[in-house]
Design a protein around this ligand. Structure first.
Ligand code: NAD
Length: 462
């Protein structure tokens, strides 16, 4: 162990923690970061966002070669894939990025400790593991992230019944994959294995997919996923599952048991706050394990802060990053702020689904009068050239002021297109501002401009 006294100690090296560590070091603090894993980057880099995107990309290439290239006049003959090569490519990308964080720590002089951290008292943390010892710091940020939520009656067995972690590394394509939960993880990882040839059945408790996302988009997305071959059973509450030698039997309330080869449980995530010794500093969590913080991410204990998945809100890497930066800027300068209305959420299916700001339901519930502009990708020239005409852009603006309140996109590269909307909301733009900005032709982004024009009843291509 090197120096054990720091200005700031960050618990957890995920996107919230490592970004906060780097920003704090830039601001001149003596910073350390402790993480139990040998590889830095947290769930997102190791077993979440990055490996899932690598597999989504590879499986989409295969699927496209099989089903879409002929429409472009491209013949590829028999198409096959090498799952081991796909998994190795994914692991290589993860390795490069996690080592990249290590380099960034060195460059910014962030001290890194490996081991499990727990509080021993205010300003004191004990590390068990490789870098065992006690660390003291004036300020401590809890950024320990989250873990897959278990489902009562469905015990993870690390093999046939697993979470996203296992579903990122199945050694062979399951004949039948049952997914519990039609949220981000269920739809993304369900899509990967569907494209590679699995039969995929999604069991969802609610009467819709993607709770929280714009409901028009969710309805259209479900139709598209069904066309791709995914089966949905909505209103289906799973109450138990049992793994045998040859497969898994899944029990749902009021329905026949379902047999499958593998079961992916994707019913949400829980904060990683147990085992942190919060008692030692008098810090409590709510019944879901979340830590309460004020607008500066300060907990009820002076000198202890918390950010990211442990404080609730959307469990998104970039939300944790923004909070990490605002938190340490607050510690170092007294100022730090996150605009939660400008944090996008993206589901990386094909097509992608992206949202930022308020949904129609949010606005209705809040009694805010709004106007709406919608533009469909089928009328966008670039989407036609790509052969990707499903989906739409929907812009919601204040009825009186025209200020953009929410933007929702289902369609090709929606995840990249939404960045423009996030900037518009951050700058307090009106729909007219978006409509007057020149968007190059022919691009998918023109659909954004047209939807903004539609807010004012001036759409050109519809
Ligand atoms: P989620 O909250 O997105 O979806 C969980 C789904 O499971 C919900 O639709 C819920 O109604 C359903 N469900 C709960 N209990 C059930 C039961 N007993 N039977 C059937 N259905 C049930 O959760 P997730 O997909 O597990 O993802 C976890 C977190 O990870 C999310 O908060 C998400 O923000 C994050 N994540 C984000 C991305 C991304 O940004 N692209 C990708 C993956 C995960």
């Amino acid at each position: 162990m090197s120096a054990t006294k720091h200005d700031l100690l960050i618990l957890g090296a995920g996107p919230g923690g490592y970004v906060a560590a780097i920003r704090a070091a830039q601001l001149g603090l003596n910073v350390a970061c402790v993480d139990a894993e040998p590889a830095l980057g947290g769930t997102c880099l190791r077993i979440g966002c990055i490996p899932s995107k690598a597999l989504l990309e590879s499986s989409e290439r295969y699927h496209e070669a099989r089903t879409a290239l002929s429409a472009h006049g491209v013949s590829v003959g028999d198409v096959s894939f090498d799952l081991a090569a796909m998994l190795a490519r994914k692991d290589k990308i993860v390795g490069e990025l996690t080592r990249g964080v290590e380099m960034l720590f060195k460059k910014n002089k962030v001290t890194r400790y490996q081991g499990h951290a727990r509080f021993a008292g205010p300003g004191r943390v004990v590390v068990d593991g490789k870098d065992a010892g006690e660390i003291t710091a004036k300020n401590i940020v809890i950024a320990t992230g989250s873990k897959p939520a278990p489902l009562p009656g469905v015990a993870f067995d690390g093999d046939r019944i697993g979470s996203s972690t296992e579903a990122l590394s199945y050694a062979e394509v399951p004949g039948h994959l049952v997914v519990i939960g039609a949220g981000y993880i269920g739809l993304e990882l369900g899509s990967v294995w569907l494209r590679l040839g699995a039969k995929v059945t999604v069991l969802e408790y609610l009467d819709r997919i993607l709770p929280g996302m714009d409901s028009d988009l969710a309805t259209e997305a479900k139709r598209i996923f069904e066309r791709q071959g995914m089966t949905f059973h909505l209103g289906r509450r799973v109450v138990g599952a049992k793994a045998g030698k040859r497969g898994v039997t899944v029990q749902s309330e009021g329905a026949e048991p379902l047999e499958c080869d593998r079961l992916l449980v994707a019913v949400g995530r829980l904060p990683n706050t147990d085992g942190l010794g919060l008692d030692a500093v008098g810090l409590a969590t709510d019944d879901r394990g979340r830590i309460a913080v004020d607008a500066h991410y300060a907990t009820s204990v002076p000198g202890i802060y918390a950010i990211g998945d442990v404080i609730g809100g959307a469990m998104l890497a970039h939300k944790a990053e923004e909070e990490g930066i605002a938190c340490v800027e607050g510690i170092a300068t007294g100022y730090g702020h996150v605009n939660y209305d400008a944090i996008p959420g993206i589901v990386y299916t094909h097509p992608e689904i992206a949202s930022v700001g308020k949904s129609e339901d949010d606005l209705k519930n809040a009694g805010i009068a709004y106007k709406k502009g919608v533009f469909f990708f089928r009328a966008n020239g670039r989407a036609k050239a790509l052969g990707e005409t499903d989906g739409r852009v929907k812009i919601l603006a204040d009825e009186k002021t025209d200020r953009v309140l929410g933007v929702h996109v289902l369609g090709p590269r929606a995840g990249d297109l939404i960045a423009e909307a996030a900037v518009a909301i951050e700058f307090g733009a009106s729909a007219e501002d978006m409509a007057r900005a020149s968007h190059a032709h022919p691009t998918l982004a023109e659909a954004m401009k047209e939807a903004a024009l539609a807010v004012g009843g001036r759409v050109i291509h519809a």
